[in-house]
Design a protein around this ligand. Sequence first.
Ligand code: HSE
Length: 431
Amino acid sequence: MRDIRVGIIGFGTVGAGVVDCLLTNGELIANRTDMRPVVTRIADMDITTDRGVAVDPTLLTTDADAVVGADDIDVVVELVGGTTTAKTFILRALANGKPVVTANKALLADCGDEIFAAAEVSSADVYYEASVAGGIPIIKAMREGLVGNRITEIVGILNGTCNYILTRMEQESTSFDEVLGQAQAAGYAETPPDLDIDGIDTAHKATILASLAYGEWFGMEPLYVEGIRGLALRDIQYAANLGYRVKLLAVIKQCGADVQIRVHPTLIPHGSSLSHVHGVNNAVWVQGTPVGGTMYYGPGAGRDATASAVVADIVDVGLNLKFGSHRRVPAFRAHQGCAGVVPMADVETRYYLRLQVRNRAGVLAQIAGVLGESSISIASVHQQEIHGETAPLVILTYEAREANMQHAPVEIRELQVVSEDPVLIRIEDMP
Ligand code: HSE
């Protein structure tokens, strides 16, 4: 039985979860793999707070360099988060020839190419299962399970906090602000919650998945990102009446030689697989050739889900070291070479358009006229009888070009018959 000596940097919630998992299931892992992960050092700025796990105090240090360069450590686990010191620790560990396990999606999204280049030079492994979709082994699925496929589409619910908020808004008819406040009070949502609710966290994960699928490390710059901040409860309710649920989706689609990578609130049909993903769970739909459609589901956030993914990576690294097969699965290899990311203005999709209209003759004709002039074809129109001064008018469109769809509501807003800013939400008719 060989030991794999683990050094952890960052002893917060996830770090404690990883130690807990290794203590609780270490024997099971050893029995399964004939290799025993042993934590030999843990670095954190704060080594006095009780993390709720029985760890030998002599393992604790405030000196992260005592982890990245130590002779008695086989794998460095970076759980600091952020894009500054975490990057320094990872690059130092790689420079010392140490394999790295990280959960840091923001760092990979921003600087993945630099980190992978350093790994190439050092010939050390970089594993990052916990960076996308928490406990779902989606990176392993993409890098290994689906390696024989051309990926045509990935659609994911990749942020547990947003999915929790949307689920509660729909199920309890509660406003966005109210649910967010409760989620923060219960410790589900970060304070400030911006990275989650503005879609940035989803975008970090989307760019990692797109890069693995299409062989180019895209970074964040070419992505279109829109979050759920300010999403109105009534749009969730109108969508429900029309047979749709609103989810924050990452949509990655091959379009000829190019790829779409976008993050935004989306109407999906009630019957679709992703519409049944509730609460903090994540799910990823991946369509490939020849496999067809595949779906991955599970807890997308939290201590234990993330720890599960980190421990799986530690075991992979350990087995690679044991059999002398490091870099057996490359962290990332540029391969297919996409021509580019489709500019959002050129994306074609369906739309939900909600207008608040006055009770006047010719309202529909005026609005239909603007849409028609913008080559936007109406699929259905929904309006109840207007009893007061104004009422909502909901229009679902057939596929239209985003640039047209952005322009038409601006013109519509100028009509005297429209009393509020139009609301536009994209639709994905997925299985
Ligand atoms: N904040 C993330 C979420 C978890 O709510 O899904 C870490 O990526």
